[in-house]
Every structure is written in structure tokens, then in C-alpha cells.
Design a protein around this ligand. Structure first.
Ligand SMILES: Cc1cc2nc3c(=O)[nH]c(=O)nc-3n(C[C@H](O)[C@H](O)[C@H](O)COP(=O)(O)OP(=O)(O)OC[C@H]3O[C@@H](n4cnc5c(N)ncnc54)[C@H](O)[C@@H]3O)c2cc1C
Ligand SMILES: Cc1cnn(-c2ccc(OCc3ccccc3)c(C(=O)O)c2)c1-c1ccc(Cl)c(F)c1
Length: 470
């Protein structure tokens, strides 16, 4: 049965995918008065019990909040999130070191993924010109006619047409498949060797097991773990580790041995039995990075969110970038007066460099943290970042601050970070040179009495020898 757009003179927009970005996008288009229909393959999660295999909570930061603000959802979502004002770095010896993110107002929020998705779906549904369709799986679609074929769980097919198709169907997008059949569509995907597993840290005596207003990080080079707080006073711990390491651990005792070696302080907080049980609840999940361009086909279809740019989660920006996609598209719609034939190519031109930059940043972070970052290095880097920013607040802005607490375009964050690194390296070179020249000048001007030097050195040597155990 073909459904034509006959309900209003406004064009019909079909949002494929009712996840985080699709649900938010529906609000953006509905707010503009379009005739919006959302098609989601899953059942309505507001009636379902648990959404298996998805990260349970997420870090929401400035970019995502600005998008929520545009549709009047920021306050509601922020009120249901838990602020994380600093990182809490867990060293291997169990020491915990807080490092603030910046000024008082600079914090990220731990938000529940399922709750956020439900709230956004309900917000979309409040618009009279929006309809949500669940159990609609996109099978195929035509770029020429804008006709989509959906299959239902009873096997029935349904053809539906729209003036604009917005692909928000995630990293393994069915909408994107049509793009892959076309020439001059550039696409790359990378699965990283690490997987992730989520473990729950229960409350202790009804209270959070750790300080709640922190992003807890256990950086162990190859292995990393983070913990974000939940409103029910649990923490969701995410363990990142190469799949081959996950596969080596096959018994409960091996889980405990592994945690004893790398995350010993977490064992009493998660609990031995909980740890042994949760570790085998679900297998480790894969992480993929997807980059593609262009994001549009003609004036018919545009990709947003993970369908356009799935990123590895080592910067906490995937959802924030997808939410920012919605703002950028909105800005271009305003600029080109909703003329899709102009809006879509301009959206690709403007947004691709930034989404590729955040994908590269996330991958860079993954490589950097896996290779170099243990707790000592993490602390050192962040303290240096914060000190330089304190000394030269307008010249040196930590990369993480630009990405997380501003709407500076992602690609400009990278450019500025590269420029700042040059300034810092140049400054270090000049100071090192000054030290060497100054030191040499002083040595030449007032040469030391070598005899005095020799005696202390001799005395030091004798002391060292005396320390030697027989
Ligand atoms: C471990 C992990 C931790 C993360 N942490 C963070 C974080 O801290 N902060 C952050 O900003 N981001 C984070 N992310 C990234 C974030 O989860 C994603 O960027 C975000 O979910 C993307 O939203 P989306 O709507 O584009 O895609 P999805 O959330 O994947 O939604 C896609 C929707 O489309 C539906 N769908 C799929 N195929 C079809 C079809 N054929 N027909 C109809 N519907 C379909 C799906 O059912 C789903 O509902 C994390 C990701 C992972 C894996
Ligand atoms: C979910 C979420 C939200 N933000 N971040 C995040 C990411 C990177 C960071 O620093 C990079 C760096 C630290 C030290 C040296 C170089 C780079 C910081 C920080 O500065 O606190 C915070 C994460 C996150 C996600 C996964 C892992 Cl594994 C992780 F550790 C944290």
C-alpha cells in the first residue's frame, strides 16, 4: 500500500531509526512543521523491558546539550543526569587522584541511554505532526522515487514514500547500503582489536560504592576501565580489552586473578560474586569506526548520527556528535530556506570535515591511551594541560576542553591543538636552549674549583660503596 503525503502542504520527512539521533531529529523536523514519520525496527522500548547489548549510560556534554536545548529537552535530561566534575584516576596501587575538568561549570553528565531514548521518543510524539512506527525494518529504498520498503515482524512488506529520507539507523545502516551502490561514494570502516564489556558496581549499604560525581578511569595501557554513575546508585563499569585477552579468561577465578592484577581496588567494590557472574553475562562487544562521504543523495536522502559516522567510544563524543549533526542540519535549513536541493549538499560540505575529525580524534585517543597511558602518564598529561591553561588561558586550551565543553568545530579543535603543540614545543626548545646557554655562560664566567667537586664526588662514592650489601 503506498502512502502519499496528503496530510499537509508541508513536505513529508521519514526518519529511519528511532534511536537517540533519530528520535531527536524527529523533534527538530516536527518543530519546523514538517510531516514527520519515524520508522524503528525494534518494538517501542517504552514498553520493552531491557535493551540488551547496548552501553547502559553515556557521557553527555556541551554539544549534545545544545541540541537538546534547541528542542526544549536540555533541562529535563540534565535533571535526570549525574554531573561528573572531574576524572578520578585509579592507580594500580589503589590510589585515587581527582583532576578537575576545568572551571566550576565545566562538567559532563552521566545519562541513562534507555531513559534518554524514551524521553526523546515521547517528546517527538507530543508534536501533532509526528507519527512513530515501531516494528518497521527498512529493507530497501529508491533514491529516484523516495520510496522505502519496510518489512514487519509478521513478514508483511509495506511501501512508503517521503519527500526526504533521514537515515538515522546506526552504524550498520540499511539506508547507507544504497549509497554504497553509487559511484563516488567514499566509505571506510575499521573494527579495532579491543572489545568492551559492561559490569555493574552495586551500591554499598545503599550508597554509591565510589564518589559519584566523577568519571572514574583506570588507565592500564592495553587495558582500560571506566565507571559512570547511575541514578540507582550503581556504577556502570566498562572494561576495554583486546578480544584475545577476553578469550583467555574462561573461569570465575581467572576473572578475579585478572582484576587482582590490573584493577584490584575494583574487586571489593563490584564484589567477587557479582564480578564472576556479570563477566559471563554477555560476550564482549565489538567497536567499529565508520567514515563516509557524501552524507546525501540528491535532494532525497541524508545520513546522520552513527549511520554517517560511527566512532570508537574513547572520547565520549559519538552521541554528542550525532546530536550536533541535528543542530548543523537545522542551521543549514535556516540558511537555505528548507530548499533540500541546496541544504543537503551544503550539509555534506560543512559537516563531513567535522565528523571525520571527531572519528580521528576518538581513534587517536584509543591508540594513545592503549600505547602510553597508565595512571601516572594520565595524571602528568592532565596536570600539564591544566597548568598551561591556567598560565595562558587564551593561548592554551586543552584539546579535551575544546571538544567537550565548546562547540568549536571538531576540525578546528584539531587544527588549534596542533598549533598549540607547536607553541609548546617551541617554548620548550627556547627554554632548554636558554638553560644550556645560561649555564655554560656561568660555568665559563665562574669556573668551579674542581678539587672541591672531586672530594664530594669521592665522599659520595664511598657512601654508595658503604650502602652495598655484602
Ligand atoms: C560502549 C559505548 C560507549 C559509548 N559512550 C558514549 C558516550 O559516553 N558519549 C557519547 O556521546 N556517545 C557514546 N557512545 C556512542 C553512542 O552510543 C552513539 O553515537 C549513539 O548511540 C548514536 O546514535 P544513533 O541514533 O545514530 O544510532 P543508534 O543509537 O545505533 O540508533 C539506531 C537506531 O536505528 C534502528 N535501526 C537500525 N537498523 C534499522 C532498520 N533497518 N530499519 C529501522 N530502524 C533501524 C536501531 O534499532 C536503533 O534504534 C558510546 C558507544 C558505545 C558502543
Ligand atoms: C566516556 C568518556 C567521556 N570522556 N572520556 C574521556 C576520554 C579521554 C580523556 O582523556 C584522554 C587522554 C588522557 C590522557 C592522555 C591522553 C589522552 C578524558 C579525560 O581527559 O578525562 C575523558 C571518556 C572516556 C571514554 C573511554 C575511556 Cl577508556 C576513557 F578513559 C574515557
Amino acid at each position: 500500500m503506498e502512502q502519499m503525503n496528503s496530510r499537509s502542504n508541508k513536505k513529508k520527512v521519514a526518519v529511519v531509526g528511532g534511536g537517540l539521533v533519530g528520535a531527536l531529529n524527529a523533534c527538530f523536523f516536527a518543530k519546523r512543521g514538517f510531516d514527520v514519520e519515524v520508522f524503528e525496527t525494534r518494538e517501542d522500548i517504552r514498553q520493552a523491558k531491557i535493551v540488551k547489548g547496548r552501553s547502559i549510560n553515556l557521557a553527555l556534554s556541551h554539544r549534545g546539550r545544545q541540541a537538546l536545548k534547541h528542542v526544549g529537552m536540555e533541562e529535563k535530561i540534565v535533571s535526570q543526569g549525574i554531573p561528573m566534575q572531574a576524572r578520578m584516576i585509579h592507580s594500580q596501587d589503589g590510589k585515587q587522584s581527582p583532576i578537575p575538568y576545568g572551571k566550576k561549570g565545566q562538567y559532563i553528565l552521566s545519562v541513562d541511554r534507555a531513559n534518554l531514548n524514551k524521553q526523546l521518543l515521547t517528546a517527538a510524539e507530543t508534536y501533532p505532526n509526528t507519527k512513530l512506527n515501531f516494528d518497521y525494518k527498512l529493507q530497501d529504498w529508491s533514491a529516484e522515487t523516495g520510496q522505502m520498503t519496510f518489512v514487519r515482524s509478521d513478514g508483511l512488506e509495506e511501501q512508503i514514500k517521503a519527500d526526504l529520507i533521514v537515515g538515522c539507523d546506526g552504524a550498520f545502516s540499511a539506508i547507507r547500503k544504497q549509497f554504497l551502490r553509487r559511484s563516488r561514494f567514499n566509505y571506510s570502516q575499521t573494527y579495532i582489536p579491543h572489545g568492551y564489556m559492561e559490569l555493574t558496581m552495586p551500591p554499598i549499604n545503599g550508597e554509591f560504592a565510589m564518589k559519584p560525581n566523577y568519571l572514574h578511569i583506570w588507565p592500564r595501557n592495553t587495558f582500560m576501565m571506566i565507571a559512570l554513575p547511575n541514578l540507582d546508585k550503581t556504577f556502570t563499569c566498562t572494561l576495554f580489552m583486546p578480544f584475545e585477552e577476553f578469550e583467555k579468561i574462561t573461569t570465575g577465578n581467572e576473572v578475579i586473578e585478572f582484576f587482582q592484577k590490573y584493577f584490584s581496588d575494583a574487586i571489593p567494590l563490584i564484589g567477587v560474586d557479582t564480578l564472576k557472574r556479570d563477566y559471563f553475562r554477555l560476550p564482549a562487544q565489538a567497536m567499529v569506526s565508520v567514515k563516509c562521504t557524501p552524507y546525501h543523495i540528491g535532494d532525497k536522502c541524508v545520513l546522520m548520527g552513527d549511520a554517517a559516522h560511527a566512532v570508537v567510544p574513547f572520547y565520549g563524543q559519538g552521541m554528542n556528535a550525532g546530536f550536533e549533526d541535528c543542530i548543523v542540519f537545522e542551521e543549514v535549513m535556516e540558511q537555505f530556506n528548507e530548499d533540500f536541493s541546496a541544504v543537503l549538499p551544503e550539509y555534506t560540505r560543512v559537516r563531513v570535515p567535522d565528523d571525520h575529525a571527531v572519528a580521528d580524534l576518538a581513534m587517536y585517543n584509543y591508540v594513545e591511551m592503549r600505547a602510553h597511558v597508565n595512571s601516572r602518564w594520565f595524571l602528568f598529561r592532565k596536570r600539564v594541560d591544566n597548568l598551561l591553561h591556567f598560565l595562558m588561558p587564551r593561548t592554551i586550551i586543552p584539546l579535551y576542553t575544546m571538544v567537550t565543553f565548546t562547540r568549536t568545530r571538531y576540525h578546528e579543535c584539531v587544527e588549534r591543538w596542533q598549533w598549540q603543540n607547536k607553541v609548546i614545543n617551541y617554548g620548550l626548545l627556547v627554554s632548554a636552549t636558554g638553560l644550556v646557554l645560561g649555564g655554560s655562560y656561568l660555568l665559563i664566567k665562574n669556573p668551579p674549583d674542581i678539587n672541591k667537586l672531586i672530594i664530594p664526588a669521592e665522599k659520595m662514592w664511598n657512601r654508595l660503596m658503604a650502602l652495598r650489601t655484602p
